[in-house]
Design a protein around this ligand. Structure first.
Ligand code: FMN
Length: 358
């Protein structure tokens, strides 16, 4: 952690103390710890330098077999970036974001520059509240359709971030089912894939990253099975439609206009916006990257979308079956992720975990 000189001087043009800005940015980076990430790898780091926050990809946490080109890692960084921006905007900050800035090296995903105080954004405040409430919910959803009007804010949230959310109709379910099956066939017959997945599955309470088994679902048969994290096999046999669970889940695809690292980052920003907006709307969600991980599956989804845009990731959306919260996937300590240069006191003030985590 940085131990350079502590600066408490006031910027004469802006009227704020450098330390206060440093802490504001550090708080945003701490909020971003709660962003979703592929297999809960949390593959990012932050460095706060005075009035700038740099977001780095942490490639030590990459998944070389599941995600060889770093698409899901970049999407995860995009989700962390969006969480931080929501926290800043809700606290009352004006800021600019430079994505994948040139001259910083390949690991700098974004630079967030504080531009001065602003009124708390009315759009960001409820999203910031949703950060601590949102969790992946892989359990079967309620036996009630999602009202279409609740999906519009999700679509708008993705558009505001420069991406799109295509929510599928029942006629698309065959394609979604085909893509899921293609991904499962390709991936589960690959021992390297199975080993990498197993390395990130955790017993509850075992670690501060990875996917704890109590966050997985033991649901019965579904038309669209979720990723088989534990390789226990999908419920087998023929099932009548009446026996199927999760019948009212809707599937959204976050679609980007291009298919390079900048688009993946945008896709992650949009994913976070969709998930937090859904939480505000009291909808439950879980993310599905198996739909787009394997080339064949991704092509199926691409065709389903009429060949327009690039499918970045899938989101399962529904009404929660009951009011109990899904189990929580723990996060790494903020101190391991956020480095604050020039303000050691900030480390004490912002990065020290609340007593429950001691
Ligand atoms: C890029 C990305 C890919 C993901 N892929 C899947 C997936 O295929 N299946 C799944 O159940 N969850 C998936 N997730 C959700 C993560 O497993 C989840 O965010 C993480 O375990 C933390 O849990 P939380 O969402 O409850 O905070 C993905 C998340 C991201 C950001």
């Amino acid at each position: 952690m940085g131990t350079q000189q502590h600066s408490e001087h006031t910027d004469p043009t802006q009227g704020y103390t450098v330390a206060a800005v440093c802490r504001l940015l550090a708080r945003a980076a701490v909020a971003a710890v709660h962003a979703p990430s592929v297999l809960n790898t949390q593959p990012w780091r932050w460095r706060i330098e005075h009035d700038t926050a740099l977001l780095f990809a942490d490639r030590d946490r990459a998944l070389p077999t599941i995600d060889p080109d770093g698409r899901l890692l970049t999407l995860s960084c995009g989700a962390a970036l969006h969480h931080a921006c929501v926290a800043l905007a809700a606290e009352g900050a004006d800021f600019t974001v430079e994505s994948l800035p040139s001259g910083h090296g390949p690991d700098v995903m974004a630079v967030v520059h504080y531009d001065g105080p602003a009124p708390p954004s009315p759009v960001a405040v409820p999203l910031a509240d949703a950060i601590m409430k949102r969790r992946s919910d892989r359990r079967s959803f309620a036996d009630r359709p999602v009202p279409d009007e609740l999906l519009d804010p999700l679509r708008s949230a993705a558009e505001r971030c420069g991406a799109h959310l295509q929510v599928t109709w029942s006629r698309d379910l065959a394609d979604i089912a085909a893509a899921t099956a293609q991904a499962a066939d390709a991936e589960f017959t690959d021992p390297a894939y199975r080993a990498e997945l197993a390395a990130w599955i955790r017993r509850p309470g075992e670690a501060r990253d990875g996917v704890p088994t109590d966050t997985l679902s033991d649901a019965g048969p579904r038309k669209i099975p979720l990723r088989d994290f534990r390789a226990i096999g999908y419920p087998s046999g023929l099932h009548s439609t009446a026996d199927l669970e999760d019948q009212h889940a809707r599937y959204g695809i976050v679609v980007t206009d291009g298919d390079g690292p900048r688009d993946w980052l945008t896709g992650g920003v949009a994913l976070s916006a969709v998930l937090l907006t859904a939480t505000v709307e009291h909808l439950a969600t879980s993310t599905m990257s198996d739909l787009v991980e394997h080339e064949t599956a991704r092509r199926t989804v691409h065709r389903m979308l009429g060949g327009v845009g690039y499918p970045a990731i899938g989101v399962r959306i529904g009404i929660p079956a009951d009011s109990t919260e899904p189990a929580e996937a723990p996060r790494r300590p903020a101190r391991d992720i956020v480095e604050v240069l020039a303000d050691p006191l900030c480390e004490e003030a912002v990065l020290t975990p609340p007593p429950a985590f001691h």
